[in-house]
Design a protein around this ligand. Structure first.
Ligand SMILES: Cc1cc2nc3c(=O)[nH]c(=O)nc-3n(C[C@H](O)[C@H](O)[C@H](O)COP(=O)(O)O)c2cc1C
Length: 300
């Protein structure tokens, strides 16, 4: 008998849908027991978001400051798991606050210690450096990362910026104005993610995860777009300065958050197209580095 725990947090339900589709083959297997743990905040985050609330979570998300979450049930805490599937979303190029709060908790130490983990990301498209942060958090609790699946919005970067903001501010995962594509991970990819569960189950039963990530990648579990990695790195440098400044501004925080919002608008709509053009021109020169990075971020 194999024992699997699926840990997730979701606001719209997207991450739960992904997690449940991946877990399907495990649930259908007579020799595997699957338990779900939905991370719940003591003070829940709003959904849909109001713009001010959406920007207000930036410093704490980026600086990975945890807040209180509800303790998992005794039934969950009393078991030892053969595998933990951790399904998370990215907030401001970092794991979302609920996920950070879980990974920094005392019970994460207990649950994850010496346990294989498959991370499942469901986000807009910028996750690579957030996954590096999750790798560190997992190392801190002595977990063993054995696989990663990253599901994203595959539309053009700027289109997905518009549609995700609309989704987050209305709570409706619909075609904006009837013109734009549906935001987030596509329905086809969500339902198709069951194939990853079949792969995971095979490795779980063999008691070895060597080649798991290779097989997941061969089945489109991870797509790397070099331009997004470049933007992720650049934005992380700037976000670090903004977050460390804003966190100290207790009285003038709303004003500073407005400044950050303006910076984001400029970065997304003015700076990023310029960086993109430069990226295209310098692509042949940077090709060996890009090839190496692609291999790295596809791995675990
Ligand atoms: C405050 C906030 C910040 C976000 N920042 C990012 C980001 O930096 N990169 C990204 O790819 N997606 C980002 N997203 C999108 C989420 O990763 C995720 O796709 C979306 O919130 C849906 O997840 P859900 O299952 O919780 O509804 C952000 C969402 C929120 C609410």
């Amino acid at each position: 008998m194999k024992n699997v725990l699926v840990v997730y947090y979701t606001q719209s339900g997207q991450l739960e849908e992904i997690a449940r589709n991946i877990a399907k083959p495990l649930l259908e297997d007579a020799e595997t027991s699957v338990t779900f743990f939905n991370i719940e905040m003591v003070k829940p985050f709003p959904f849909p978001w109001k713009p001010a609330q959406f920007f207000d979570v930036f410093p704490e998300s980026f600086l990975q400051i945890p807040t209180e979450i509800h303790t998992p049930s005794q039934d969950i805490l009393s078991q030892k798991y053969d595998l933990i599937i951790l399904a998370y979303q990215v907030w401001y190029l970092s794991p979302s606050i609920p996920i950070t709060s879980f990974l920094k908790s005392e019970f994460a130490k207990q649950l994850l210690d010496d346990t294989p983990v498959v991370t499942v990301i469901g986000c807009r498209n910028m996750w690579a450096l957030a996954q590096e942060k999750v790798k560190t958090l997992l190392k801190n609790v002595n977990a063993k990362l054995v696989g990663n699946i990253a599901l994203v919005d595959r539309h053009i970067n700027h289109i997905s910026v518009i549609t995700i903001v609309e989704w987050m501010f209305t709570g409706k995962k619909e075609k904006y104005l009837g013109l734009f594509p549906k935001p987030g991970v596509s329905d086809k990819e969500i339902s198709g993610s069951t194939k990853f569960g079949t792969i995971i189950l095979k490795y779980l039963k063999s008691d070895s995860y060597i080649n798991l990530q290779e097989e997941l990648v061969a089945n489109d579990a991870v797509e790397i777009r070099p331009f997004l990695i470049e933007m992720d790195k650049k934005a992380n440098k700037m976000f670090k300065i903004w977050a460390n400044t804003i966190i100290k501004k207790t009285n003038s925080r709303p004003v500073w958050l407005k400044g950050f919002y303006i910076y984001l608008l400029v970065a997304i709509w003015i700076m990023s197209p310029i960086v993109y053009i430069l990226h295209l021109f310098t692509f042949p020169l940077k090709y060996p580095k890009i090839k190496k990075e692609k291999k790295y971020y596809k791995g675990v």
